[in-house]
Every structure is written in structure tokens, then in C-alpha cells.
Design a protein around this ligand. Structure first.
Ligand code: ADP
Length: 488
């Protein structure tokens, strides 16, 4: 059964089927899986559990829709995205509540995500009509070259649960703008937001087959089947570095165009000349936005020795004052983590870091009772090789260590295989820029706790990924370059 489901607090029912070629369908096996409410572990909705046959059918639909969609005038594709932006904005509260229900995040975080997510559609509506080319004269004269860009083809989009709307619009926006068709595999914890989004895109005029959605509990086989489908031309993945590496190996077999937004281990540097209150405000955003469940989350704090005690005290006071509870309850600023595995990982990392010698200033103990809650936690005197400094915690934990000078700060910050984002707080912009240039990361925030922006090229270096999402670069990931050469 895959009838639409009513979610408490939402006006309209939410689809729970697979979307293939414009049709909502049950799984070919008839199976469903349960999406849980992380606040109490109860079942929110049963969703169709897609099979390898289903993902191949989605590939059929995407391949069939491709020629027509690739030939659709850019202005039309642009207007579909603009319309989708408007619908999402008009239904913002509904989307926010749905994300809170299936992901657990506090409503203010869900609202912020919805705004950010919708903005990708507006941004790429504006990019769709600016796909340009050029006309070149050969250095020796005679030959002319026309350089143009074409949609890459059928895209496989695999998304995570931490930002169920934004991680998808960030891929679907440029895919639609470029004229590509897609098969989407949303995260098993949060498929409902993707299904509601697909409904919005249909309402905005996106033709049948352009966006196909296959939720599944069997990500491994379903994704591998789509990766091996010769009609798939591109994989765009957001998730763990571990799974990204598996997909890159699979991508090699078909030489797929690959965009990978993988794990982070963001350092947050506080220099002795920083405005400490501003640094604490920034730290709260960098650490606690989305409950710490973000690849951009500040994962390691390095504070210059002379200001470390003051910074830790202020941060612990702010963290300790957060209101933890069901994400949709009034006044809650930290909801539960998404699932048992995630909260168990956070708990393990904190225990092991404390055993390694760190001191807990606030939080640090998993509460009893239902739901996947973990309290805001600040650890100080954290050893460099402890779990909290090495692993991506993906939770509300701020481990703090000190540095004596900028050379040491850089050595500590760069001592990781990851390189997504880094944050620097300093009162001296030149010092901030020198640090930013030397930090091994794709993005740096100076005196800012959030750098994400649909108009900026998001992405990492080292094992944090390949390719960029957003900005002018984002659409390029969905286009191939072709040139036509002729004598004149
Ligand atoms: P996280 O640790 O954030 O859950 P994952 O990398 O495990 O991140 O998951 C991100 C996405 O990748 C999800 O949609 C998930 O279903 C999918 N996924 C997980 N394992 C595999 C796999 N072996 N092959 C393909 N996709 C996978």
C-alpha cells in the first residue's frame, strides 16, 4: 500500500509511493518500510521500498524524458524552477513541519533549511538562461570553433538525511536548469520531504519522467544497479566519505561524471584578537545549526591560549542554556538526533574522548527515555588524537583545545584527511586572510559561523569531495562541453 499519508499538523497528505514517469506507484515487491519520528521512535509513515527493478524503471522514464527535456527552451525550464521556488515558499511551514517530524530537527532549523532549499530553485532559475558558449578563431586563422554546453544526461542523485530538502534542491535545481533528467535515491530516514518536493515540481510544470524518486531500504543494490545502467551519465552524491569512495569505484566502470560532497572535520579557530562574544555567536551557529548534524558543523575548536578559558566558559553557558525537546514544540532549540545509530555514535565519541583525558564542562551524558536525544556538550583540554578531534561527530558536541601561535593553529587545523570548511575569528582581517589561504579546505568563514549560500560554490578538497554545488560553478556539473570546428 502506498496511499498518501496524513502527518499531524500538515494540511495536505504526503505521498508515500515511488514516483516513476509521473506515476505514483507501490514497490514492485509490494514492500514498504517505516519512517520513524526521532522524538519518540514511533512510526510516522510506511513508504514504498523500491527495488532494483524499480530503479531500472525509473532509469527508463528518465531516459525517455531526456531528449524532450534537453530541448525545452531554457526560459521554460527557468520558469518551472521559479514556480517551484514560489510554491515551496508559500508552503514553507508545511515543509518545515514535515522535516521536523521525519528528521527531528528543531522548527527554527527546519524553517531555515526550507528558505535555503527553496533558494536553490530561485538561483538556478536564474542560471538556466545564462548557459553560454563562445566563438573562437584558430591562432593560425581559417578554422573557427564554436564552444557550446549540453546537458550531461540522466543523473543519479543520492542524498542524505541531515538536510532532506536542501541537499536535494541543490542537485535538482542545476539538473533541471541544465536540461537533465534524474533518478533520485533519498535517504531512508527522510524520504517524505523528497516525495513532497517531487509533488511540488510536478505542480510547477516539470514534465513526467524528468524527476523520478525511488526511496529504498536497499541503498546498496538499488544505487549499484542505477550506477551500472549504461543510460546513467552522472552521479551526484552527498553523504559519508566511506560511501562516496564506494560510489567513485562504481563510477569508474561507466566513467560517470562524479560530484561528491563528503564528510568534513571543520576546525574553528579563535585568535586572541577576536571579539569573543562574536566568536561565541559564530560558534553557536557553526556548531549547533541543525543540531550539529551538518558536514559544515564546527567539529574541532582551537582557541588561542590566552582567551581559551573565557571562550570555553561563554560557549558552555550558551550551549547549556539550549532547550532540548521534540523539534516541533514551542521554544525548543535542539531536537533529537535522527536515529539510534547517530546518537550512539555521539555517545561513543564523547565517552572515548573523556577517557582520553578531556574534561566535560556541560552535557556529556545521554539521557534515559524514548527518542534519540543528546545534550549540548562542551569538552575542554581535548587531546589532539582523541575521537572527538579525529571523527566527524555529527552531533551537539564542541571539543576545545588550545594553540599558541598561527603556525600551530594551522598545523592542528590541517591535520586531517578532510577539507570541507574552516572558520576563523580574528579582529585582524589580514591575519584572517593569511590563515584562510593556508587552511586546507574548500571554504573558509572569517568572522562568520555559516558560509553556505546558494550563490557560492560549495564543496571540499582532500577527502571531503569533488566538484562544487551552487554558484555559477554548480550548473557546470550538469553540463558537458562540446565544440564544433569548421573552416572559414
Ligand atoms: P550518513 O552517514 O550521513 O547516513 P551515508 O553515506 O551512509 O551517510 O548515506 C548517504 C546516502 O547514501 C543515503 O541516501 C544512503 O541511503 C546512501 N547509501 C548508504 N550506503 C550506500 C551504499 N553502499 N551504496 C549506495 N548508497 C548508499
Amino acid at each position: 500500500m502506498t496511499s498518501d499519508v496524513r502527518i499531524p499538523g500538515l494540511e495536505s497528505p504526503v505521498p508515500t509511493g515511488l514516483l516513476i514517469g509521473g506515476q505514483w506507484r507501490p514497490s514492485s515487491s509490494g514492500a514498504v518500510f517505516d519512517v520513524l519520528d526521532p522524538a519518540d521512535g514511533t512510526v510516522l509513515a510506511p513508504v514504498a521500498d523500491g527495488t532494483t527493478d524499480d530503479v531500472t524503471a525509473a532509469g527508463d522514464a528518465a531516459a525517455a524524458a531526456l531528449p524532450g527535456f534537453a530541448a525545452t527552451p531554457p526560459r521554460k525550464r527557468s520558469e518551472m524552477l521559479r514556480k517551484a521556488f514560489e510554491i515551496m515558499t508559500a508552503r514553507a511551514e508545511e515543509f518545515a513541519l514535515l522535516m521536523t517530524r521525519e528528521n527531528g530537527k528543531a522548527l527554527p532549523d527546519a524553517r531555515a533549511e526550507l528558505t535555503y532549499a527553496a533558494e536553490f530553485f530561485r538561483w538556478f532559475a536564474e542560471e538556466a538562461v545564462r548557459i553560454d558558449g563562445d566563438y573562437r578563431v584558430a591562432p593560425a586563422g581559417g578554422t573557427r570553433t564554436v564552444v557550446t554546453h549540453q546537458p550531461v544526461g540522466v543523473c543519479l542523485l543520492v542524498t542524505p538525511w541531515n538536510f532532506p530538502a536542501a541537499m536535494l534542491t541543490r542537485k535538482l535545481g542545476p539538473a533541471i536548469a541544465a536540461g537533465c533528467t534524474s533518478v533520485v535515491k533519498p535517504a531512508e530516514d527522510t524520504p517524505l520531504t523528497a516525495l513532497l518536493l517531487a509533488q511540488v515540481l510536478a505542480e510547477a510544470g516539470v514534465p513526467d519522467g524528468v524527476v523520478n524518486i525511488v526511496p529504498t531500504m536497499n541503498a546498496k543494490d538499488v544505487v549499484a544497479t542505477a550506477m551500472a545502467d549504461p543510460r546513467t551519465r552522472k552521479i551526484s552524491f552527498t553523504g559519508s566519505t566511506e560511501v562516496g569512495k564506494i560510489l567513485l569505484k562504481q563510477a569508474a566502470d561507466q566513467v560517470l561524471v562524479s560530484s561528491m560532497e563528503l564528510g568534513g572535520n571543520a576546525p574553528f579557530l579563535v585568535c586572541d584578537d577576536a571579539d569573543l562574544d562574536a566568536a561565541v555567536d559564530g560558534a553557536m551557529l557553526a556548531k549547533m545549526r541543525n543540531g550539529g548534524e551538518a558536514c559544515t558543523a564546527a567539529n574541532r575548536f582551537y582557541v588561542q591560549s590566552s582567551v581559551a578559558a573565557a571562550f570555553s566558559e561563554k560557549l558552555a553557558a550558551r550551549m547549556g542554556a539550549m532547550t532540548v525537546g521534540r523539534g516541533s514544540d514551542e521554544g525548543v532549540t535542539l531536537g533529537p538526533l535522527v536515529n539510534e545509530e547517530t546518537v550512539a555514535k555521539v555517545d561513543r565519541i564523547v565517552r572515548s574522548t573523556v577517557e582520553a583525558g578531556a574534561r566535560t564542562v556541560t552535557g556529556g551524558t545521554r539521557p534515559e527515555g524514548p527518542g534519540y536525544f543528546y545534550p549540548p556538550t562542551v569538552l575542554v583540554d581535548v587531546p589532539a588524537d582523541s575521537a572527538a578531534m579525529r571523527e566527524e561527530t555529527f552531533g551537539p558536541v564542541a571539543p576545545i583545545a588550545t594553540f599558541s601561535d598561527d603556525a600551530e593553529a594551522l598545523e592542528l587545523a590541517n591535520s586531517t584527511p578532510f577539507g570541507l570548511v574552516a572558520y576563523v575569528y580574528t579582529g585582524d582581517l589580514a591575519r584572517g586572510l593569511r590563515l584562510a589561504e593556508a587552511l586546507e579546505s574548500g571554504m573558509v568563514g572569517i568572522n562568520r559561523g555559516v558560509v553556505s549560500d546558494p550563490a557560492a560554490p560549495f564543496g571540499g578538497v582532500k577527502q571531503s569531495g569533488l566538484g562544487r554545488e551552487g554558484g555559477h560553478e554548480g550548473i557546470g556539473e550538469y553540463l558537458t562541453t562540446k565544440y564544433v570546428s569548421f573552416p572559414l
